[in-house]
Design a protein. Structure first.
Length: 271
């Protein structure tokens, strides 16, 4: 993939252009991936991570890499070993609860506020399950891949309250049905929540600005959203330190970390 990393001055110019586009947009759709949570020390999925050491001295990337998300995030893995899968997801849930929203999450919530204050529409579609956008104050968050903070009975689908700390047993059991609980995230091979997809489709069909942030753009349907936005005539922005398969279709490339670029973008929006 050609490296379209900006030099500093062209990044500055690109951010100014992006600020203008945001200020003038009637309807903005943002798509985020795990990169927006990387600066909250939550590892992404497909990158080799330098060790992220958590407070018990565990290197999250080592623990994370030991359990490959691509093999664990499947119904088959859960059926085969519900204890290991629920233990891993509960470990991730607690790490997400310990994590704090970073400057990128907070900047996105501010961009949403300003857009709405001037009568514009704003929808945040996220592939992330960590709940950090909501904790940063984002209002309209569509969780395309569900949430690690909600768990349900694996047989009946009935939800239940879960503890703020670790489950006592693995797999945890639904208090009424007695069957194992599973995390409310979308696993490989599973359909995305229909209402989330419906919202994504109609907001993309009517947006005039699409912003892709912190996603490798390789997992569909999210990876195809840029094409729906372009068909609607939208301008497009990508925030990512690296180029991705959609970079060639992007109008404004902000080659940087979202926690660094987005706060500068908010400054460009003026008071
Ligand atoms: P990936 O790990 O595939 O991609 C992370 C992207 O974030 C990469 O393009 C990085 O270059 C970029 N990135 C890293 N640090 C960043 C930073 N500080 N600021 C901005 N960007 C940064 O993660 P996703 O694209 O989110 O699906 O993966 C998509 C889906 O694949 C996930 O939702 C998950 C996974 O399997 C399911 O679990 C169903």
């Amino acid at each position: 993939m050609k490296d379209t990393r900006n030099s500093d001055d062209s990044l500055e110019k690109a951010i100014a252009l992006a600020g203008e586009a945001i200020r003038g947009a009637r309807s903005i759709v943002v798509l985020t991936g795990s990169g927006v949570s990387a600066e909250s020390a939550i590892p992404t999925f497909r990158e080799a991570h330098e060790a992220l050491v958590d407070d018990e001295g565990n290197t999250m990337s080592a623990l994370w890499a030991e359990f490959d998300p691509q093999t664990l995030a499947t119904p088959e893995a859960f059926d085969r070993d519900p204890e290991m899968v629920t233990r891993w997801y509960d470990w991730r849930r607690l790490k997400c609860l310990e994590a704090e929203p970073n400057q990128g999450h907070l900047a996105l919530a501010e961009i949403e506020r300003r857009t709405r204050d001037r009568g514009g529409a704003f929808t945040l579609l996220t592939q992330n399950v960590d709940g950090l956008h909501q904790r940063a104050g984002s209002g309209r968050v569509i969780e395309l891949h569900g949430s690690i903070m909600s768990w349900r009975c694996s047989r009946t689908g009935r939800r239940t309250e879960i503890p703020g700390d670790a489950f006592e047993t693995y797999p945890p059991l639904h208090p009424e049905t007695g069957d194992p609980l599973r995390p409310g995230v979308v696993w490989f091979g599973e359909a995305l929540p229909p209402d989330a997809i419906d919202t994504a489709m109609h907001t993309l069909a009517s947006c005039d600005l699409f912003v892709s942030i912190g996603t490798s753009s390789v997992v569909y349907p999210a990876a195809g959203f840029i094409h729906l936005a372009r068909e609607a005539g939208a301008r497009t922005i990508e925030v990512n330190p690296d180029a991705t398969p959609i970079s060639g279709a992007i109008d404004i490339a902000l080659r940087g970390k979202s926690g660094e670029v987005l706060p500068v973008l908010v400054e460009k929006l003026g008071s």
